[in-house]
Design a protein around this ligand. Structure first.
Ligand SMILES: *Cc1c(COP(=O)(O)O)cnc(C)c1O
Length: 235
C-alpha cells in the first residue's frame, strides 16, 4: 500500500503522495457514484515536522489535521504565515483546559464529545467571536478506553450542543475499532448524521478511506498515505 512503502527517516515525496492519494479518492468517489469533489482530504500532520507540511502547502494542499493542541501550537503559527487560508482540524482528544488554545488555533474541532467540553468551547467562542466548526465524535465501537459519545447518546448530545450551548455543530466523526470491519461503523455514523440533519462526515484513515467514501464520508483523515510513517510513536 502507498502508505507503508517508505521507512521512517527515508525521504518521502509529499507532493507525489498527495497526487496519488487524491487520485485514489477521486476513483473511490466515482466508484460510489458520488459527485466529483464531494470528499475532502484532511492531511494528518501529527509527528511530522513543519517542513513536510510546507511541502504539502507548496503543492497547493490546504486542509490539515493535528491530534494534539501542544504540537499544533508549536508548529502552526509559522505555517499559517505560509498559508493564511489553511484549514486546521483538531482530530485528537481535547482537554477542557485547552479549549482556549483550541478555539484560537483550529478551524474545525472534530472531537467534541462531552457537555463540559461543549460548555468550555461555547464560553471561549462567545468571548472571542471565533467560531470553529464542531464535529461530534461518536464512539461507534463503544470502546471503554476511547473518546466519543456513545451511539445511543449521540442524538441527545448533538441537540444539547446546538440548543443549550449554541455551538456550530456541522457533522460527526469516528475512529472505528482497529480489529473490526469498519463498514458497519461508517454506516452507523452516516445514519446518526442523517437523522440529525448533519452534513459533514469525517471518517476513514489510510487503511480504510475507500470504504468510508462508499459509506458517505465527506472528509477523510489521512496521515501515513500523505506523509509516510510517523517519526515518533503517538500516544
Ligand atoms: C493519526 C490519525 C489519523 C491518520 O491515520 P493514518 O492511518 O496515518 O492515515 C486519522 N484520524 C485520527 C483521529 C488520527 O489520530
Amino acid at each position: 500500500m502507498q502508505g507503508s512503502e517508505a521507512l521512517a527517516g527515508e525521504t518521502v515525496d509529499v507532493p507525489a503522495r498527495l497526487r496519488a492519494v487524491e487520485e485514489r479518492i477521486a476513483a473511490a468517489v466515482a466508484a460510489a457514484g458520488r459527485e466529483p469533489g464531494s470528499v475532502a482530504l484532511v492531511a494528518v500532520a501529527k509527528t511530522h515536522p513543519a517542513e513536510a507540511v510546507r511541502e504539502a502547502i507548496a503543492a497547493g494542499h490546504r486542509a490539515f489535521g493535528e491530534n494534539r493542541v501542544q504540537e499544533a501550537k508549536a508548529k502552526w503559527p509559522a505555517l499559517r504565515e505560509a498559508a493564511p487560508d489553511a484549514a486546521l482540524h483538531l482530530i485528537g482528544p481535547l482537554q477542557t483546559n485547552k479549549a482556549r488554545d483550541a478555539v484560537a488555533l483550529f478551524d474545525t474541532i472534530e472531537t467534541l464529545d462531552r457537555p463540559k467540553l461543549a460548555a468550555a468551547l461555547a464560553r471561549e467562542m462567545d468571548r472571542t467571536g471565533r467560531r470553529p466548526a464542531c464535529l461530534v465524535e461518536v464512539n461507534t465501537g463503544e470502546e471503554p478506553q476511547k473518546a466519543g459519545v456513545l451511539p445511543a447518546r449521540a442524538d441527545e448530545f448533538v441537540a444539547a450542543c446546538r440548543n443549550e450551548y449554541g455551538l456550530p455543530v456541522e457533522g460527526l466523526m469516528c475512529v472505528p475499532p482497529l480489529d473490526e470491519e469498519p463498514a458497519l461503523h461508517f454506516a452507523l455514523l452516516a445514519e446518526i448524521a442523517r437523522r440529525n440533519g448533519l452534513g459533514r462526515l469525517s471518517m476513514g484513515m489510510t487503511a480504510d478511506f475507500e470504504t468510508a467514501i462508499r459509506f458517505g464520508a465527506t472528509h477523510v483523515r489521512l496521515g501515513t498515505a500523505v506523509f509516510g510513517p510517523r517519526r515518533t510513536p503517538v500516544r
